[in-house]
Design a protein around this ligand. Structure first.
Ligand SMILES: O=P(O)(O)OC[C@H]1O[C@H](OP(=O)(O)OP(=O)(O)O)[C@H](O)[C@@H]1O
Ligand SMILES: O=c1cc[nH]c(=O)[nH]1
Ligand SMILES: [Mg+2]
Length: 216
């Protein structure tokens, strides 16, 4: 059976609401950050459904013993935020997976060539191959940044089928590249927008997510 990239756009009113706030050019940075935090929270909530390993046990209630399911604290789980914009989703993601380790990756696109340059890499030399990874990357535009990130992770022993990407706006060029190179991936995004313009911006998109987060 051949693998097919799976892209989920959860039909949730909170995700639609916070996407609308983030898209609005009149939204100031302070509210934009809140919108991104909320999007991180609700998209992470959707992304871990039937994915986080659990353990079955029992607990004693005040009245009786009963079956109980806990998140397995032994199962390795990490979040990789792509700086800068990925940091904006991180706080919300961490409310859902508070025990996950966080490994930062700093990537910036060259404004002319749109090629990403990695200026910070806090990844360990090697991961446990069973590690589940949530990548926090709000904008999937040309796909250069996310493909470079996937190369860094797989070179360190991560299985692509154990990665879930949390995005806000995903565009066809990035989805096509991921589909060709990493078809076992799963992406959770607030929307898919059709156009990437000549400057590498998604249209209608939400502008430069890093600049809007930090007011630069
Ligand atoms: O799919 P791509 O074409 O690679 O574009 C996506 C990347 O572009 C932006 O980063 P940017 O270079 O603006 O850095 P920033 O997050 O620091 O603003 C965005 O935050 C993504 O990381
Ligand atoms: O529209 C876009 C494309 C890439 N990065 C952004 O921040 N915005
Ligand atoms: Mg930017």
């Amino acid at each position: 059976m051949s693998l097919q990239l799976r892209v989920y756009v959860p039909p949730h009113p909170l995700i639609k609401h916070w996407l609308a706030v983030a898209r609005d050019a009149a939204t100031p940075s302070v509210l934009f950050r809140s919108a991104m935090t909320e999007l991180g929270r609700w998209l992470a909530y959707e992304a871990i459904r039937e994915w986080l390993p659990t353990v079955e046990t029992t607990v004693q209630t005040p009245l009786a013993e009963c079956p109980a399911t806990f998140i397995n604290p032994e199962a390795p789980l990490v979040v990789v935020p792509i700086l800068r914009a990925g940091l904006a989703l991180l706080e919300g993601i961490q409310t859902v997976v508070p025990l996950a380790s966080v490994y930062h990756l700093g990537m910036a696109r060259n404004e002319e060539t749109l090629e990403p340059i990695c200026y910070l890499n806090k990844l360990p030399a090697q991961f446990n191959p069973e590690t589940r990874v949530i990548i926090s990357e709000p904008m999937l535009a040309t796909g250069g940044t996310i493909v470079a990130t996937m190369q860094e992770l797989t070179a360190r022993g991560i299985d692509p089928s154990l990665i879930r990407i949390i995005s806000v706006v995903a565009a066809p060029p990035a989805l096509k590249r991921l589909s060709a190179e990493y078809p076992s991936l799963m992406i959770y995004t607030a929307t898919i927008d059709e156009i990437v313009n000549e400057q590498g911006f998604i249209v209608p998109g939400l502008g430069d997510a890093g600049d809007r987060t930090y007011g630069t």
